[in-house]
Design a protein around this ligand. Structure first.
Ligand code: F6R
Length: 620
């Protein structure tokens, strides 16, 4: 393939790979198909445009596949007519660049359906493998890379019809292992076969979690909420590992086939936390949850906070690393460390961090900030730092995630499952922890707690129905605008950038954030009559300067929306926030989250599943 075509092709594949949902069941229940399809519906928040399920019939031992484009909708399994079986797997796929066809939906089968595969990720060398397999007589039905995996595993089993269940499971494991060694790229695979009633899963770069239920019952999923109603006891598959679920579980290293021991971890999420409840969308539910999530976040063991603070104080350079919203949180934190602890903290986006590896020493400290703990770019930054011998820490929501396991020390933000693609409650919880750490570094942990407890209770009061109504009224006023801008200074400058992300991703309105002082160096040229500009104000030394910037914008026709503890003359519209000192970034971002949500709903966008975006970006 010419290089450019190949580039587009891989980009397209990558975008397909981002959002897929995976769930499998192996156990005593005979309604495995129903279990995995219900689990798949719990992953709908990831977004998808086709889906499919494979069940191994208890009666015929054959594997039935059912796949469709579109949404699963209300499940009527009678219409689907899947066999009774206690082994099944399901997959949801989102293609952003063509290819939304029934044939391309997963699961994919080898010739004669002997091997059936679902897959997240990219098989980078699939074209070469496909040619090789075609020469050997394999017939391909879809245009996907995944189908190659099914044929390749089958190829390694060719002519092999062994007697004895145990041996058949062993042979399947070996064939999957051989195939994995041939396939390049970051992936997660689930494999079923007509040969035996085991399921084999493997991971290289794309997360898979194994849930252990009662009586030899197992689940495998890309996300815990898919099986949380059945079990909260999980095991994590690490990179280059595979697992065979066969009534029991056996983990192996893919390279040498040796057994790997796994610890069972209990997840502290409750199934109802992963549901929408009375809310129309996850995004609004998660915004409202901020009434209690800040309290939960700062309720940390003093020993843990002091250990991290001590490491920051002693490190020869601390790097805060995150992507997207988490990256903006890191930026805001650098202002807080400067102001509160008089400490310089380096900030890098995950994807840019490797460019600074020259400065990383064994006494450096990298703190990865993340909701999912699976973001590929942040993980890569951790890998780069690890190679240089640096200490690794993380501030993360998903316990047991790759970052959590990779770090020497982790602070869990305890926000509960965040399902809307746009991060809200995880953002403010990360900010709260970092604020607390800045105080701890300054030897003022108790003062920090006081500031944050006060902010948390003020947020509880702020998020009332009247407040929501007021912001929804503003959203109606501006819902048709083409562009909007957000400015802030000091610790609210990164929040202006974060505000723009929130507005962009769910309202699809062109939005940009700027440091107030930068306006006159260029961006002010963008302001024309009626352009909405949100001004984030803190009651600190930056207040008068940012208000001056607002006046400059207003003089050019801008429509000024002030997010501030007090009304200012320049505001056309005032969104009141509590005056909470150094917790200002936390309270200032919340009304913008609400505004973005309201704009999304008014513009008939689905705020939970913004176009082209994934909740967890596990590919680079
Ligand atoms: C935006 C958003 C993303 C994430 C980014 C990192 O609302 O959620 O920008 O912040 O993809 O994800 P995590 O925090 O999971 O590492």
């Amino acid at each position: 393939m010419p290089q450019l075509a190949r580039l587009f092709f891989y980009e397209a594949l990558a975008s397909l790979a981002l959002m897929c949902g995976i769930i499998a069941y192996k156990g005593k229940r005979t309604n495995a198909a129903e279990i995995v399809l219900k689990g798949l519906k719990k992953l709908e928040y990831r977004g998808y445009d086709s889906w499919g399920v494979a069940v191994r019939s208890n009666h015929t031992k054959q594997i039935s596949i059912y796949k469709r484009t579109g949404k699963i909708g209300e499940l009527n399994l009678k219409n689907i007519k899947l066999p009774v079986g206690n082994l099944a797997m399901a997959h949801s796929r989102w293609a952003t660049h063509g290819g939304v066809t029934q044939k391309n939906a997963h699961p994919h089968a080898s010739c004669g359906n002997r091997i059936v595969v679902i897959h997240n990720g990219i098989i980078e060398n699939f074209l070469a493998l496909k040619k090789e397999l075609q020469k050997k007589g394999h017939k391909f039905i879809s245009e996907t890379d995944t189908e190659v995996a099914a044929h390749l595993i089958e190829e390694y089993l060719k002519g092999l019809r062994v007697e004895g269940r145990g041996l058949r499971v062993q042979k399947l494991k070996e064939a999957v292992q051989k195939a994995l060694k041939r396939m390049e790229g970051r992936s997660a695979f689930l494999v079923m076969s007509t040969d035996c009633d085991a399921i084999v899963a493997a991971r290289r770069g794309s997360p898979l979690i194994i849930g252990k239920g009662q009586d030899g019952e197992y689940f495998i999923a890309s996300d815990i909420p898919a099986f949380l109603q059945y079990t909260n006891r999980v095991m994590y598959l690490d990179d280059n590992e595979m697992v065979v679920l066969d009534g029991g579980h056996e983990f192996y290293n893919v390279s040498d086939g040796k057994s790997v021991k796994k610890r069972i971890v209990e997840i502290h999420w409750k199934p109802e936390q992963a549901e929408k409840g009375r809310f129309p969308h996850f995004m609004i539910k998660e915004i409202m949850e901020q009434k209690e999530t800040i309290h939960r976040a700062i309720n940390q063991e003093e020993k843990l906070i002091m250990r991290v603070a001590d490491s920051i104080n002693k490190a020869f350079g601390t790097y805060l690393v995150g992507c997207g919203t988490a990256g903006k949180v890191c930026m805001a934190a650098s202002y807080l460390f400067s102001k509160i602890a008089k400490k310089h903290i380096n900030v890098e986006f995950g994807s840019e961090f490797p460019n600074f590896h020259h400065f990383i020493k064994n006494r450096s400290l990298l703190i990865a900030v993340s909701q999912s703990g699976e973001t590929a770019d942040t993980l890569e930054a951790m890998e780069v730092a690890r190679k240089k011998g640096a200490k690794l820490m993380t501030i993360v929501n998903v316990e047991g995630s790759s970052m959590d396991r990779m770090a020497d020390l982790a602070i869990h933000i305890k926000a509960g499952p965040e399902k809307a693609v746009a991060s809200t409650k995880a953002t403010t919880s990360q900010l709260a922890i970092l604020t607390l750490l800045a105080y701890a570094c300054a030897g003022k942990l108790n003062e920090g707690r006081k500031v944050l407890v006060e902010a948390a209770s003020q947020i509880n009061d702020m998020l009332n129905p009247r407040y929501e109504k007021y912001i929804s009224m503003l959203a109606r006023k501006i819902k048709h605008v083409e562009s909007m801008y957000v400015i802030g200074r000091g610790m609210n400058f990164p929040m202006a950038l974060e505000s723009a992300i929130k507005l962009q991703e769910v309202s699809y309105i062109h939005a940009e954030g700027f440091a107030g002082g930068e306006l006159k160096h260029g961006p002010i040229a963008l302001i024309s009559q009626g352009t909405p500009c949100i001004v984030l104000v803190a009651n600190d030394e930056t207040r008068s300067d940012v208000i001056s910037n607002a006046i400059e914008i207003k003089a050019r026709g801008g429509f000024i929306i002030g997010v501030a503890p007090q009304r200012e003359e320049v505001f056309d519209y005032w969104i009141r926030v509590p005056d909470v000192g150094n917790a200002s970034p936390i309270v200032n971002i919340i009304p913008v989250q609400l505004l973005a949500y309201q704009l999304a709903v008014l513009r008939k966008n689905n705020p939970d599943m913004p176009r082209n975006l994934a909740k967890s970006v596990t590919v680079k």
